[in-house]
Design a protein around this ligand. Structure first.
Ligand SMILES: CC(C)(COP(=O)(O)OP(=O)(O)OC[C@H]1O[C@@H](n2cnc3c(N)ncnc32)[C@H](O)[C@@H]1OP(=O)(O)O)[C@@H](O)C(=O)NCCC(=O)NCCS
Length: 143
């Protein structure tokens, strides 16, 4: 299977990207919100099968110290084929040189990321806009 990879948002269909995250599933993200998030990200990665967007991810980075890898997802039709591994490998490669590359996984997906060298952090903390929902989804131990 030949895929086309892109790091540009120039010709991106933001509605198609929102539909990809809904289908993955990785939440309901609005096209407008995605435009802001990807627009403010140092690195973006998209993969196309024919004309269809089938995978995406991005890295919010400061260019020297910290790179935060997020919004990694594939259409269900393309999951489990090794494509996710290629996508994360590209995002990690784009982030090389930063003091640290961080992420937080959807609960259960940690083993997928371990293979790239990501290790569990002992002191990571977050302020979620909806603390109850974050706890219910397994991201935090406390509210
Ligand atoms: C997570 C996701 C990007 C992984 O991509 P994928 O193409 O399905 O995964 P791959 O086929 O590249 O898998 C690569 C390897 O990781 C393993 N793997 C994938 N998910 C795993 C999991 N939950 N636990 C353990 N191993 C896992 C695969 O078995 C495979 O191992 P192998 O190469 O030794 O056979 C994809 O499944 C997805 O989009 N899921 C829905 C959205 C989501 O949860 N995104 C992650 C946010 S943290």
């Amino acid at each position: 299977m030949t895929y086309r990879w892109s790091e540009s948002t120039d010709a991106l269909d933001w509605d198609e990207l929102a539909a990809l995250y809904r289908a993955a599933p990785l939440g309901n993200k609005t096209p407008q919100g995605l435009k802001v998030a990807f627009g403010n990200s140092m690195f973006c990665c998209f993969v196309y099968d024919g004309g269809a967007l089938v995978g995406a991810g991005r890295v919010l980075a400061d260019g020297v110290d910290c790179a935060y890898l997020c919004d990694v997802a594939l259409l269900p039709s393309h999951q489990g084929t090794g494509l996710g591994q290629q996508l994360v490998a590209r995002l990690v490669e784009l982030s090389r040189g930063h003091g640290k590359i961080i992420l937080y996984a959807v609960p259960g997906k940690e083993p997928f990321y371990r293979k790239f060298g990501f290790r569990r952090m002992r002191t990571a903390m977050a302020i979620f806009q909806d603390p109850e929902a974050a706890a219910a989804r397994g991201y935090t131990d406390e509210t």
